[in-house]
Ligand binder design. Sequence first.
Ligand code: ADP
Ligand code: MG
Ligand code: ZN
Length: 498
Amino acid sequence: MTADVVAIDDALAQYDPVMGLEVHVELNTKSKMFCGCPTEFGAPPNTQTCPVCLGLPGALPVVNRRGVESAIKIGLALNCEIAEWCRFARKNYFYPDMPKNFQTSQYDEPIAFNGWSEVIVDGETYRIEIERAHMEEDTGKSTHVGGATGRIQGASHSLVDYNRAGIPLIEIVTKTIEVPPAKAAAVARAFVSQLRDLLLALDVSDVRMDQGSLRCDANVSLKPSGTTVLGTRTETKNVNSFRSVERAITYEITRQAAVLNAGGKILQETRHWHEDTGITTSGREKSDADDYRYFPEPDLVPVAPSREWVEEIRATLPEAPSLRRVRLQEDWGFTDLEMRDVINGNALEPIVATTSLGVSAAAAKKWWLGELARFANESGTDLDALPVGPAEVAEVQKLVDEGTLNDKLARQVFEGLLAGEGTPAEIMEKRGLALVSDDGPLLEAIDRAIAANPGVVEKVNSGKPAAAGALIGAVMKDMRGQADAAKVRELLNAKLGI
Ligand code: ADP
Ligand code: MG
Ligand code: ZN
């Protein structure tokens, strides 16, 4: 028997990984791609449907102008060419949650193609080539009931909800990505994460990986180090966090290396990612020749965006990410190294959002890269999926600025927030965290410190005021850290007549 996986370093010493990413983005249009049904998330099953998105005979679809506009926005932001004329195509296959038995998609005439995007990892910039970004519709959603795992195996019956059927999707497909092997998985993670930031800035999607409005399939193959012929790829489906993108790709590299080392062949197939065990398992075999019997959709007119419209949309695009980073670094006064930490830590957007609530960049960085990053790391979550967001950080920092908390106590408030103990006020109450700002208890503690340290008072009186520092330490200890040191110094100096 051979090992299932080899160590990642050994795999990367022998093989060069090649990746390709397919990212599905659910648009945030009010209505579906080809009908007027609403798109809100979480409505009761099958309440947002009509003859068009249920695929009833004779129903006629109409293209959502906003959907096309968003597709063009995304294409332009990814530096793509925008088709002067393109069509939808039917992709025929049977799936129970796809009511028409074909998906309205685009095939050889995508709306956007030949683009590129840049990602930064460890201070290095990598260029990712974009093959295309095309428009399509989402499918419905099946729920398998009665089994232990929620999978179809072992279920007694299945339910289908067509609310999601017909929601506009943009599929973004990269060309093959080849970067230094040791960086491969991190570059893929950074691409998805930075793509999310871009889509957020474009305001075209909620881009929630946990709710499925951003979904990533990761293609991976290996070839012997230094060679050029591509190996056979696997496609790991629906990886649902940035961190999982990196983990799933790393796992596939170690698994494929083991197969190849044992003289085996990689099967071209889809694979499922298992978040809990950190492995992928075999899905369905998938050959490039799979016949979807694509043909142009006869019920929809071609999409021919005028150049004027494209330029109008281009003019609404937000600042390019690379320029924005330079501007933010300048505004914030961060060094190159600090900025690199921020980007590597995926903390750029959280810091932007926090500073927009009136927090200084330095304070925002301190919390996001300190307390919160540590917690995210330890709990295996992405920074922006924590129960603490920019609003909470701003609230806690305000308490620090007011002198109600110091950094040490603030850290405990974050600990409470992350543990779900309630609002900052509730946590301070429960944990007894506020700084004591009343003069009364502070003066009592000062008296106790003076009584316990007669030698220090003598020194001060004999002309050595610096000796008073020892008393401040004693008072802070007495107050169990819950005092504002500046305030203690002020009261002590007054008492000692310094
Ligand atoms: P599919 O219909 O299988 O999803 P797509 O063209 O939509 O095909 O996406 C295929 C993805 O796989 C692209 O990102 C492409 O760059 C990538 N890819 C193609 N060949 C390889 C390979 N040998 N190794 C890794 N990735 C590959
Ligand atoms: Mg695809
Ligand atoms: Zn509908």
